[in-house]
Design a binder for this molecule. Structure first.
Ligand code: X2X
Length: 336
């Protein structure tokens, strides 16, 4: 008996389908696409992506098969960005700040202390600011899905000292993702930032190439960074999210009816992932403290002051331009 798509779908229960889905269906799918990302399989991004791929396969009756490559299996972010541009992979989730190496204005969402809470983030990103960034992305041969996925508010960890105020960052060897805005912000704090892809971050911390790094608790937990860090300072110094990107040609190759199904499922999964990450970040402090991380909650004022005095806000307002900055300040209030 040949295992055609039809009798596989008709015959298999949901569990069996999920288990066998990958290889068997990939051979029969009309569109077999790769989605790659930098996070561990246990992160909500990958849990929701798995559900999403299963739903797309079912709804398109096996015509669209999305294979997931988590955890930098296909290379670090810089490498995956080249691959999604060339069509080597069809889908990729990337922080707007790293995407800014290609689309400069995409880092505007990472300006220090711009968003006080998630309500403000989603209002801006699902509103005018998000639309502005997506329009810039569209000029670069990439398509960004409507709903940005959440990474979260970022916290600083270190193996050497807790960060109580901006002065404690002075001279600190800290890993930042490869992105001009990240480097600029930590230079403004007088730290010593080094650009390192997430793929090499754990080992850079372990071998003490750097003392610290900064990430949301959901990443610190799922990537087990607590194993190689001692302190966690809840600075909430910036919000970060992942644009769900598609290679433009691969996207346009999908017939309109399939495109609608794929986009709807990706955006729906993104909304669920946002809820998962917010809940995780809110509950992880105790779990990480049990694993030995020492927490402190600094006041944000000294950090904002430091950025202001270093001319960080003025510099980036100049780079992004008045129009984009006005869109940001519509949500954040006056910055700098
Ligand atoms: O590289 C990071 O630190 C991470 C996982 O947060 C991003 O993808 C921006």
């Amino acid at each position: 008996m040949s295992l055609t798509r039809r009798n596989l779908l008709a015959g298999a229960g949901a569990g069996a389908l999920a288990l066998s889905s990958g290889r068997v269906l990939a051979q029969t799918a009309e569109f077999s696409y790769k989605y790659a990302n930098n996070l561990p399989v246990s992160h909500p991004m990958n849990l929701r992506a798995k559900e999403m791929a299963d739903a797309i396969r079912a709804e398109t009756k096996g015509r669209v098969d999305i294979q997931i490559f988590p955890n930098n299996q296909l290379g670090g972010d810089t490498d995956m960005l080249s691959q999604v541009r060339s069509g080597g992979i069809e889908f990729f989730t990337l922080s707007g700040l790293i995407l800014a190496t290609l689309v400069p204005s995409a880092s505007i969402t990472g300006i220090g202390f711009a968003f006080p809470d998630y309500d403000t983030v989603w209002k801006a990103l699902d509103g005018d600011l998000g639309a502005f960034v997506r329009a810039q992305i569209a000029k670069s041969n990439l398509i960004a899905m409507d709903k940005i996925w959440d990474n979260g508010f970022r916290q600083i960890t270190s193996s050497t000292r807790p960060i109580q105020s901006a002065d404690d960052l002075k001279g600190m060897k800290i890993r930042v993702p490869p992105s001009p805005l990240w480097t600029s912000m930590f230079k403004a704090f007088d730290a010593a930032p080094t650009s390192i892809n997430f793929a090499e971050t754990y080992s850079a911390l372990q071998t003490k190439v750097v003392e610290g790094q900064e990430n949301p608790l959901a990443v610190i937990a799922t990537a087990k960074l607590y194993e190689v860090q001692k302190y966690c300072s809840l600075t909430n110094h910036m919000w970060d999210g992942f644009w769900f990107l598609a290679n433009k040609k691969a996207w346009e190759r999908l017939p309109e009816d399939l495109r609608v199904i794929v986009a709807r499922n990706i955006n729906a999964a993104g909304l669920k992932e946002r809820a998962d990450v917010a809940a995780l970040n809110a509950g992880l402090q105790k779990e990480l403290a049990d694993k030995g991380l020492v927490f402190n909650q600094p006041k944000t004022e000294s950090f904002r002051d430091h950025l202001r005095k270093a001319g960080f806000y003025a510099e980036w307002k100049g780079k992004f331009g008045d129009e984009a900055w006005a869109l940001l300040e519509r949500s954040s209030g006056k910055l700098g």
